[in-house]
Design a protein around this ligand. Structure first.
Ligand code: NAP
Ligand code: ZN
Ligand code: ZN
Length: 350
């Protein structure tokens, strides 16, 4: 297989900062699209994985899974993209395409296992896949998304993971007019969840540990803002239909189970490292559900991009250079991001 060497940013160990390195990419096969990466968002999952917080990280790792760029080459069987198109890639770059879940458009739950953009076995080249903190990327056209015209490209990048990760459960749990939807945490996922839930027509209640973000939440579209460290404010909330939990660190979910109405659901998308403790009575009284959700399928990701374009939704971003990545990780760890870092990938060449 023909390959080419390109520049990337990554690391060989959990305790080592990200730095410049070189990786190989395949030259497009007949069904492949090659994209020059213009912008890549930084998700908390990139940080968890780089530092091996969940265990199992394959090194060297090149993170990055909120990718927007320009098509520079296509294989001779590609029909959906042409050179010059603006295209995007999220978490999933391949799957079996044959299992029940793939057939239903739920490639995120592919039974034999999907190929994630970084750290998955690379079926084409061997070794493990490398993500979007790189000059370019190659993927089968069926796993590449179209970016609707009119969206700011840098601010659209975070939709590829943060956007779909909140859109999918909000839709699944039937967010809409007349529903009281809670969002916990105003980070990359949380701030997009506020905007999307609001655009779906729900009454949106936001829970944050940060006073300064509480002051900003109404601007993002929240109907009510609760400082979660204030027990008095927390006690006032009741009868929520669904609460989406985007928190990246350990916290007490029982406080939120209490707030759900009968048959309500607390839905986890955040992935804290330690086990979560649930009080049985908090679920049993009120027939409540504690559940989770994982990104979204490819068709659903395109649907989300089209929804966001129709409602003029993009992320609030802080643009950084590739060289600022380690500082950005440290700030993200402290919850100090308004509200998503996006890397200007042109700076990778510096
Ligand atoms: P992020 O931008 O760092 O936001 C996380 C937010 O959680 C923070 O802004 C903060 O909000 C809140 N938080 C942090 N520490 C907290 C603590 N100790 N107690 C209470 N709240 C705390 O991260 P993100 O990129 O949105 O990702 C959030 C989580 O989702 C991560 O664990 C990530 O790995 C996971 N994730 C899951 C999926 C999936 O498919 N399920 C996809 C993408 C990401 P406030 O300042 O408002 O309190
Ligand atoms: Zn992510
Ligand atoms: Zn499958």
């Amino acid at each position: 297989m023909e390959t080419k060497t390109i520049k990337a940013f990554g690391t060989e160990a959990a305790d080592k900062p990200l730095h410049s390195l070189q990786i190989n990419r395949r030259v497009p096969e007949p069904h492949d699209v090659e994209i020059e990466i213009l912008y890549c968002g930084i998700c908390h999952s990139d940080l968890h994985a780089s530092r091996d917080e969940w265990g199992g990280t394959k090194y060297p790792i090149v993170p990055g899974h909120e990718i927007v760029g320009r098509v520079t080459n296509v294989g001779n069987h590609v029909t959906k993209f042409k050179v010059g198109d603006i295209a995007a890639i999220g978490c999933i770059v391949d799957s079996c395409r044959e299992c029940d879940y793939c057939k239903e458009g739920m490639e995120q739950f592919c039974e034999p296992g999907n190929t994630i953009v970084f750290g998955s076995r690379d079926k084409n080249m061997g070794g493990y896949t490398f993500g979007g903190f790189s000059e370019s990327i190659v993927a089968d056209e069926n796993y590449v998304l179209h970016v609707p015209a009119g969206l700011d490209l840098a601010a659209a990048a975070p939709l590829l993971c943060a956007g779909i990760t909140v859109y999918s459960p909000l839709k699944h749990w039937k967010t809409g007019p007349g529903k009281k939807i809670g969002i916990i945490g105003i980070g990359g996922l949380g701030h997009l969840a506020i905007k999307i839930a609001k655009a779906m027509g729900a009454h949106v209640i936001v829970f944050t540990t940060s006073i300064s973000k509480a002051e900003d939440a109404e601007r993002l579209g929240a109907d009510e803002v609760v400082l979660s460290t204030d027990a008095r404010q927390m006690k006032k909330q009741s009868k929520l239909d669904m609460i989406l939990d985007t928190v990246s660190a350990n916290h007490n979910v029982n406080d939120y189970l209490k707030m759900l109405k009968v048959d309500g659901s607390l839905v986890l998308v955040g992935l804290p490292v330690d086990d979560i403790s649930v009080e049985a009575f908090k679920l049993v009284k009120g027939r409540k559900s504690f559940s989770g959700s994982n990104i979204g399928g490819i068709a659903e990701t395109q649907e989300m991009l089209d929804f966001c374009a129709a409602h003029n939704i993009t992320a609030e971003i802080e643009m950084i250079t590739m060289q600022q990545i380690n500082e950005a990780y440290d700030r993200m760890e402290k919850g100090d991001v308004r509200y998503r870092f996006v890397i200007d990938m042109a700076t990778l060449k510096n």
